[in-house]
Design a protein around this ligand. Sequence first.
Ligand SMILES: Nc1ncnc2c1ncn2[C@@H]1O[C@H](COP(=O)(O)OP(=O)(O)OP(=O)(O)O)[C@@H](O)[C@H]1O
Length: 310
Amino acid sequence: MITLRGLTKRFGATTAVDALTVDIAPGRVTGFLGPNGAGKSTTMRMVLGLDRPTAGRALVGGRAYRDLRHPLHEVGALLDAKAIHPSRSGRAHLLAMARSNGIAARRVDEVLATVGLDDRAAAKPGRTLSLGMGQRLGIAGALLGDPGVLMFDEPVNGLDPDGVRWVRHLMRSLAAEGRTVFVSSHLMTEMQLTADQLVVIGRGRLLVDAPVDEVIAGSAVAVRVRSPHPDGLVALAERLTATGASISSAAPDELTVTGVTADRVGDIAYELGVRLHELSAHGASLEQAFMELTADSVEYAGVPAGGDTR
Ligand SMILES: Nc1ncnc2c1ncn2[C@@H]1O[C@H](COP(=O)(O)OP(=O)(O)OP(=O)(O)O)[C@@H](O)[C@H]1O
């Protein structure tokens, strides 16, 4: 269990983490989401005692990191895949970690096997490791002490599709063993497949703490409309806006409508005599739910390509 209580971190005028109170429970994968700069890494660093909270507490199994008697046995983390000495091999890196924490050397071979690094890969010096190999090595380090709590910051960065699938299965099996698995990612589709629970933050504040299914169900279903008559679409957009729907348009012959059913859009188009070439409802996704949830908290919102939001 990871317990955050009023957790706050300020860097000068920037509030990176703002009074975050949440429990990350064992036995499931909790996805940690938020736009760039939302405060995910800072939160994880505070759990590991690498950053000191300005206020509040971050506890692992009810205790602050500095009070853990055998930290590596209680919490394992992958924060920065490149955190290995450039001239040291992956195996030597893990052996040093094992030695300084009273862990048997054979455990190094076990975790190397678990993450799929063979003898040759484990003998390579840190500077020659690819990002993907660095991620696997970092995960091996997190698993070394067989801890009950695991945190992974962007673990699939730099992995190929096989690697991404492997991480997904690993996270799920670690949670199935009853461990607490807290994982941040920018890949929404991946999170949709991996996580049971989601914690979403924006500008350091908690936006959502709920099961993945609930978060997705809460997002709007979008209706796509295409017509060969752009003027008709403008009239349709005006009428739909007047009924409270939200409209965006990526091209003159296309609208995306939320806040109203596809049937209603079809009825209004019929009343206005607008000929349609497409009227389709698109299921809610985590990607869309995330955009809706964090719309007010993105630091640098991009303008959608070709987007003309009315
Ligand atoms: N050491 C630091 N000194 C000053 N500001 C910092 C420091 N570390 C983080 N910040 C700021 O705190 C905020 C949160 O950063 P953080 O890296 O925790 O976000 P994040 O959610 O992990 O972002 P990303 O998804 O881009 O990795 C940002 O505005 C960042 O610039």
